[in-house]
Design a protein around this ligand. Structure first.
Ligand code: ZN
Length: 631
């Protein structure tokens, strides 16, 4: 591979000039002289404040410190500058004034006096106190340190050319886990070995009062741990057979990819009702937010177990090791290009579910039910009319995951689910064309499984994906992919499921997987019937663009108060929709919206509708073959 410094040198220079006096240095391919020392005091749990001290080697003259803005895995400039407070910079104990760049608010200009060889930066990371301020990363029982939130670094250097030595003071008696390698520990004071800024930010630290580590590969030279931090000690009571399923996930991933690209790997798991971080991939670790009952109520939380855990793990290969060229942007303050997220996220989405079934974390039936849910949603999403799937790869930047008023029309990062449909399409096409001798498993080995043990990212382009597919099975893959990425429908690409021997149908009974998702939040899903969802307490969750509720003028800021003249309850709504099947009477719903009451009559008689997959009689069951473990 061409070194990334060659790929990006000078590419973004026009974007990083401040335009107001002092310039932000362009990237140059030099190793940053010296090591940045960073200390985080993480003991103030009550106020969720991290106190940071940084010592940065410098030379006299003008320099710029950057606060990371573009965060890997989020695919967006998601950093919250407002959470940094109290910044004081000193040189030889004298205050050194900083000036924020007038254009780039993530940049601080300094003028280092003569005779100064290092500066000290002190500041706080004011971790969100509630969900409205941001993600909750600190609770009385656990915390996560995302290093990008607690570090300033010099502009002008590639992040792989800057070394950082970090230390942290944790609450007394707490235990921790991280992909960072330990240098030494003295009680609650922990020091890590120096590491490049790029890998440092990719190696968050989790710590907590209630912790249990499960070894997923005992005796291996490449240790893999399942590190669980929980709200209470009883949440850590895993059954041996549950741990075996996670071990099977590891072995099935090794068999799928035929390689590993980490020296060790830590699943960082927060089993909590209060910690609100959900999931983020890293090269040698993954962050996974689950419910406290992850182990103790095994029939619940299917989505987190079956979707999140295998998905984030797969990213070590797809996304971190093999990385779209535009994702490796030199440092954390230059824009990423997201056009290949339908591989990075879309194929990971596919392998995540496939690995969930192959490992046994979910049954094949549960995975089929999950696929039915996402396929049905996409088939009925009209947003494709105006936005091709390719354009949705811009959504992390456009919307940064804020809630949307009309998600099926606006489209929200459909490159995940619709990307997965493209990959089952490709998988079954390879199987069909090769007489079921080859499959997307071969692509995984060829594309992600190269250079076993190599750690540094290997970038790829659209043409590289096409070339690898052609090696597995000659076909016009460029056209195959572009048709699916650039088309306007109608409907989602469903050929993959058809070739896999299954079709989408609707029944009046929700699948177990569906129930495990919906029952947790409460509410009633009338998406495929009345064209809306009702969340807990009667609030309208979503309204389907051009569905029945839409045509009645409803939107997601309404509240359902009554059903056929009686006070709303979930059971009453479901029974009213069911009874209307055998009646000519309309279903009459009373809503409150903008301080006004609105009665809506739904002349609808097809009952409740929930998606599931049904076998196409006589067709080969390729889905069963795809979901079966690799021997
Ligand atoms: Zn992902």
């Amino acid at each position: 591979m061409m070194p990334k410094k060659m790929l990006f040198a000078g590419l973004f220079s026009c974007l990083i000039s401040s335009g107001y006096g002092q310039e932000i240095p362009k990237l140059s391919d030099q190793h940053f002289p010296g090591v940045i020392e960073l200390h985080v005091d993480a003991t103030n749990l009550g106020q969720k404040i991290f106190s940071v001290h940084e010592r940065i080697p410098v030379k006299p003259g003008k320099m710029v410190l950057l606060y990371p803005e573009w965060l890997p895995g989020t695919h967006s400039p998601e950093a919250q500058m407002a959470q940094l407070g109290g910044l004081k910079i000193t040189a030889n104990h004298h205050a050194l004034e900083w000036k924020r760049d007038e254009v780039n608010i993530f940049a601080f200009h300094l003028d280092v006096p003569a005779g100064v060889s290092e500066i000290d930066a002190d500041f706080q990371y004011l971790s969100p106190l509630n969900d409205k301020q941001g993600t909750i990363l600190v609770t009385p029982e656990m915390l996560a340190i995302h290093w990008e939130k607690v570090v300033l670094y010099p502009a002008g250097y590639y992040s792989h050319n800057i070394d950082v030595e970090a230390s942290v003071t944790l609450p007394p008696e707490w235990q921790f886990a991280s992909a960072l390698e330990l240098r030494d520990q003295n009680g609650a004071n922990v020091r890590f070995k120096p590491i490049s800024l790029e890998d440092f930010i990719d190696s968050p630290l989790y710590a907590g009062q209630f912790f249990k580590r499960f070894d997923l590969d005992p005796g291996s030279k490449v240790p893999v741990y399942f590190d669980v931090f929980a709200d209470a000690p009883e949440n850590l009571e895993a059954k041996p057979e549950q741990i075996e399923l996670h071990r099977a996930l590891l072995q099935q991933a090794y068999k799928l990819y035929g390689s590993h690209h980490f020296d060790h790997y830590d699943f960082l798991v927060a089993a909590s009702d209060h910690f609100s971080f959900e999931g983020l991939e890293h090269h040698q670790s993954g962050e996974n937010g689950v419910k406290p009952n992850y182990f103790t109520d095994w029939d619940k939380g299917l989505a987190l177990r079956g979707y999140l855990i295998p998905h984030e793990f797969s990213h070590s290969w797809d996304g971190k090791f093999r990385r779209p060229a535009g994702q490796l942007n030199g440092n954390f303050n230059l824009p990423m290009k997201n056009s290949l997220l339908w591989v990075y996220e879309g194929q990971t989405e596919y392998w995540g579910f496939v690995l969930a079934a192959r490992s046994g974390l979910l049954t094949t039936e549960q995975v089929r039910d999950a696929m039915a849910m996402s396929a049905a949603y996409l088939v009925y999403s009209p947003g494709r009319e105006w936005r091709a799937l390719q354009d949705t790869t811009n959504d992390p930047v456009i919307n940064q995951r804020r809630p949307l008023g009309w998600p099926d029309w606006q489209r929200a990062e459909d490159y995940y689910d619709e990307g997965a449909l493209i990959w089952i399409d490709a998988d079954t096409k390879i199987r069909e064309l090769s007489g079921d001798k080859r499959s997307l498993n071969d692509f995984a080995q060829l594309f992600f499984g190269v250079e076993n043990g190599r750690h540094s990212p290997l970038t790829y382009t659209f043409d590289d994906v096409v070339a690898a597919l052609n090696k597995v099975q000659p076909y016009d893959w460029a056209q195959f992919l572009r048709e699916r990425l650039d088309s306007h429908g109608p409907g989602a690409p469903m050929d993959g499921l058809t070739r896999a021997g299954w079709k989408l149908v609707f029944t009046d009974t929700p699948t177990a997987y569906y129930k495990s998702l919906v029952d947790e939040g409460g509410g009633v899903d009338c998406w495929y019937s009345l064209g809306l969802t009702i969340s807990k307490g009667g609030h309208v969750g979503r309204v389907m663009w051009n569905g029945l509720a839409f045509k009645a003028g409803l939107s997601s800021d309404a509240q359902l108060l009554g059903v056929n003249g009686r006070e709303y309850s979930e059971e009453l709504l479901k029974s009213a929709i069911t009874k209307a099947k055998t009646s000519k009477e309309a279903i009459e719903l009373l809503f409150k919206k903008d301080g006004r009451f609105q009665t809506v009559k739904f002349d609808y008689h097809e009952g409740l509708k929930y998606p599931k997959l049904e076998r196409i009689e006589g067709a080969r069951d390729r889905l069963d073959e795809i979901l079966s473990p690799i021997k």
